[in-house]
Design a protein around this ligand. Structure first.
Ligand code: FPP
Length: 258
């Protein structure tokens, strides 16, 4: 009897998810969604598990949300997987976090290829261990001709460093005469950032109840819609993602106009 009730509940849930997906398809979805996946440590602590167990669970959520984003027709999904500040964590945790791309791609790359997903990365490749870089580079290479969702991993990424580096390269090009200082404008500056091939995020999601940007895409998020939730990343479900997209579709973006 209990199993029957469970089955019925699951059926109800998936049919209401299906209906919500149909509704979402009637309006434009955000082209680029960026996510600060926060709360893995707290999720683990609540269960008396080591912090890395939370990161592992979080990795499974990456798979689920990537599939859903791809199904919804979202163009780009940027995930903050490791920040330039995350090096301050205990070495065992850093090592674990930097092994996750290898585990994730080792398991799910065939699925990503089948779903026409293109993997990209933004961040500083120097300092990253070879196993992280090799896994990412293989995925970039194997998916380079895919035309569906761009799955962009922010790995060893920090926005202030990105901006300072862009300023240095602009100055350098001015010095070399490749660029005139009065040619420098917002569009040109954007082309010097790590996101030069991407549009700015339309929607930023942050989980776990923290309401801050933590050095993430400070330039690119200037006009994005923000959506925060108390839900910890390992508990973040398809329903939550749908909720965020619905909230986005109910907002009016004015880009500073009226
Ligand atoms: C922040 O939570 C989360 C991170 C620093 C890492 C996020 C990484 C994943 C979700 C997995 C990435 C998967 C792939 C495929 C690369 P926290 O540890 O700061 O949580 P807390 O604030 O509760 O301590």
């Amino acid at each position: 009897m209990l199993n029957k009730i469970k089955l019925w509940k699951n059926q109800q849930q998936s049919s209401s998810l299906h209906e919500r997906m149909l509704q979402i398809e009637e309006q434009p979805v955000p082209s680029h969604v960026a996510i600060i996946m926060d709360g893995n440590g707290r999720w683990a602590k609540k269960r008396a598990l080591p912090r890395v167990a939370g990161h592992h669970e979080g990795m499974k959520v990456v798979r689920k949300i990537t599939r859903l984003a791809s199904k919804m027709g979202i163009n780009t999904l940027t995930l903050y997987a490791f920040s330039t500040e995350n090096w301050k964590r205990p070495k065992t945790e850093v090592d674990y976090l930097l092994k996750l791309p290898e585990e994730f791609l080792g398991t799910f790359l065939p699925e990503l290829i089948e779903e026409n997903v293109r993997v990209t990365m933004m961040g500083y490749k120097e300092n990253l261990p070879s196993y992280t870089i090799n896994a990412i580079e293989k995925a970039i290479q194997d998916t380079k001709d895919n035309t569906g969702l761009v799955l962009n991993f922010a790995l060893n990424y920090g926005s202030r460093a990105e901006i300072v580096d862009a300023v240095k390269r602009v100055l350098n090009d001015c010095q070399k005469g490749i660029l005139e200082s009065d040619e420098v404008n917002e569009d040109l500056f954007s082309s010097y950032l790590m996101t030069s091939d991407l549009t700015d995020p339309d929607l930023l999601i942050r989980t776990s109840g923290e309401i801050r940007l933590s050095n993430f895409m400070l330039w690119q998020l200037a006009y994005s819609e923000f959506w925060f939730t108390e839900v910890l990343w390992p508990d973040f479900s398809e329903q939550h993602f749908i909720e965020a997209i619905e909230a986005y579709q109910n907002r009016q973006r004015r880009f500073g106009g009226v």
